[in-house]
Design a protein around this ligand. Sequence first.
Ligand code: G3H
Ligand code: 13P
Ligand code: ZN
Length: 333
Amino acid sequence: MVSYKTLGLVNTKEMFAKAVAGGYAIPAFNFNNMEQLQAIIQAASETKSPVILQVSKGARNYANQTLLRYMAEGAVEYAKELGWENPQIVLHLDHGDSFEICKSCVDMGFSSVMIDASHLSYEENVALTKKVVDYAHQYDVTVEAELGVLAGVEDEVQAEESHYTRPEEVIDFATRTGCDSLAISIGTSHGAYKFKPEQCTRDEKTGRLVPPPLAFDILHEIEAKLPGFPIVLHGSSSVPQEYVDSINANGGKLPDAVGIPEEQLREASKSAVCKINIDSDSRLAMTAAIRKVFVEKPGEFDPRKYCGPARDEMKKLYTHKIVNVLGSDGKAE
Ligand code: G3H
Ligand code: 13P
Ligand code: ZN
């Protein structure tokens, strides 16, 4: 048993309370490799933003859970080296799908876990979430749960049918499970293809898809039922069109990739939404930068010469999200 506290990590409790009260959101960035982690830590250190490092099932399969945990421990020291005296870094399990995986993360030093039992029946979701909460809270590890089902398909996260969170369930769910935060479904979705063209309108001038707006009415109903309770949005990449264009111009093929407009995320950040999950945008930044190098310098074969620009582009993206979208800069001085 390793406590996250000895690794210099923090849980989400205080961070979320401050974010809800202050009208901003904490960025939750997924990481799978060193360059992503460096970029996240550089951006968070320079802006003094609290940050959540998320490890998905896909990341655990790709990079190994133990290695990722040690990388996060290293990230705390790296942040200090960069001059962030008091780094506020959470190591979080993203979309945990069983008690066992949540327990193994708690036991090896994660400071926060998500139990995603949203695909089960309501009563099964309550029971499994409560079991994880009862275990995690013994070690002061915070727990995110989910009610409602997001649309979208990712390598390891998929849902055939989505449905919005039912506001009438949230009080009962939060009370019976004791969870620390709640991921809700209000129209966000995983991946770079969040909406089918038939769900969107098309901007006549640019020819780009315009997605349907998020269900802010449901968010506000939930907030009214659980005043001050931390709410989480998954699937919140905005799929920057400059990356999509650059990828397509350099041999890629991402037709009609579309995300959540940043103005809507900005608006959500001002509410009880205090954690916003972003993964796909970082994948796009990395891919755009690497494709550009490959096209412009076909003779290049040193991975540092394309992973380096990819890292710089991701840092730019993370900094932009922190400062211009979520408003978390300067909140962890
Ligand atoms: O929520 C999903 C994340 O984007 C992680 O996806 O399991 O393919 O790493 P992944
Ligand atoms: P995106 O695919 O929109 O980046 O969402 C990531 C996410 O929700 C991770 O849990
Ligand atoms: Zn997610």
